[in-house]
Ligand binder design. Structure first.
Ligand code: ADP
Ligand code: MG
Length: 381
């Protein structure tokens, strides 16, 4: 990728670029917990975005996307990010860096990547973090990683119109080889946990669907959690979010909450506990327990939190029934996207064979299989 990117850069701009990389991410466990300031457990993957960059002495930034085979340019003094265009992510990061006082000057940039868009690996966060890392490196701004993460999140909120949490850019920036990040979404700090998968591999299966229900359901779930907190504060005055409750509080929580709200609160409370259990299981090299937690999370997301869909349930059920799969669950916000599967490495082909045609027959769509390895976070190469 570096060679290809450098070659493309030289043919477009006749200079040699500095190259930065930022990876996509998976989330091992901890779904919908971020907006209740809970815990998530992401890891960077080997797939990512590479950005070549060089100063051009102008006030204009000239961009080329290898994957879209498109050029784009903009004036640094008149940045107007437009929604839906890949260059939005470049303009968004520039705008936010400039607002923070960094004197970004004209540059040329080539972007190339290996993350399938919209597959659940968060290509947009990787892109933003790669851009931030490249610009910081080129102008020697030495922007702390955490600030690049915050710019990336803010850029998605303001310019891409996606109200995402901090997990995606955080994992892309702070990922480490063979490590998952036990991330506390209240303090925005993390603990690295070593992941040794032994004879097993992580494989994503992309349903290739994104049901339109996703956005409204996401907002509704957020509101349901906030409503539960308001009700529960009468008996638990110390709580700020559901993250402040534990499994031992569940009985009391059930008595206090209306029937419609309890399962949602239960998911958040038990999911935060599962994140810690999963981290402990991985630290102890106990893959079986880790796998079981993945299965329970799927059930919780599907039945209690109600953010799954027929396609995700189908893939998770089929995978869980295979004796060479230790765990399978939907990953991400829900209503489409991927499942995450812990599969015996020697059986990866059998795994694909077991899922592909049944899924095609049931949904008239071909699922996409993506093997992931836990890799290093963003850096200048
Ligand atoms: P994801 O779930 O993968 O983050 P998004 O819809 O949030 O999906 O972001 C995808 C967008 O990010 C693409 O439409 C494009 O604008 C940008 N993007 C992702 N990968 C690349 C790439 N390799 N080159 C240029 N832009 C990219
Ligand atoms: Mg995205």
């Amino acid at each position: 990728m570096i060679t290809q990117l450098t070659k493309t850069f030289q043919s477009y701009f006749a200079t040699t670029p500095l190259v930065a990389f930022a990876p996509g991410r998976i989330n091992l466990i901890g779904e919908h917990t971020d907006y209740q300031e809970g815990f998530v457990f992401p890891a960077a993957v080997a797939q990512g975005i590479w950005v070549g960059i060089q100063k051009n002495g102008l006030t204009v930034c000239r961009l080329y996307s290898m994957d879209f085979a498109q050029e784009f340019s903009f004036e640094l003094d008149y940045i107007s990010p437009k929604n839906g265009h890949w260059a939005t992510y470049v303009m968004g990061m520039c705008a936010l860096m400039k607002q923070s006082g960094y004197e970004v000057q004209g540059f040329d940039m080539v972007i190339g990547g290996t993350i399938p868009v919209g597959s659940g690996l968060s290509s947009s966060a990787a892109l933003s973090v790669a851009i931030g890392t490249a610009i910081s490196g080129l102008f020697d701004f030495q922007i702390p990683k955490k600030n690049i993460v915050l710019y990336a999140q803010k850029s998605e909120h303001l310019y891409a119109g996606v109200k995402c949490g901090i997990m995606d850019p955080y994992a892309s920036a702070f990922g480490a080889e063979g490590k998952a990040l036990l991330l506390d979404c209240r303090t925005n700090t993390h603990q690295e946990i070593s992941v040794h998968l032994g004879d097993y591999s992580l494989m994503l299966v992309n349903t290739k669907v994104k049901h339109t229900l996703a956005d409204t359901a996401y907002n509704k779930r957020r509101e349901a959690c906030e409503e539960s907190v308001r009700i529960l504060q009468s008996e638990f005055p110390h709580i700020k979010t559901l993250r402040d409750l534990s499994i031992t509080d569940l009985e009391k929580v059930e008595m206090l909450l209306p029937e419609a709200l309890f399962p949602k609160a239960k998911h958040i409370i038990t999911e935060c506990a599962r994140v810690h259990e999963a981290a402990a299981a991985l630290q102890a090299g106990d893959l079986e327990s880790f796998g079981k937690l993945l299965n329970i999370t799927h059930q919780s997301l599907s039945q209690d939190f109600e953010v799954s869909c027929a396609e995700l349930d189908f893939l998770a059920d089929k995978a869980q029934a295979l004796d060479f799969v230790l765990g399978a669950r939907m990953m991400g916000g829900g209503f489409g996207g991927c499942t995450l599967n812990l599969v015996k490495t020697s059986e990866l082909e059998a795994f694909q064979a077991a899922l592909k045609s049944p899924y095609e027959q049931a949904f008239q769509k071909t699922p996409e299989f993506i093997l992931v390895e836990i890799g290093e976070g963003a850096r200048v190469l």
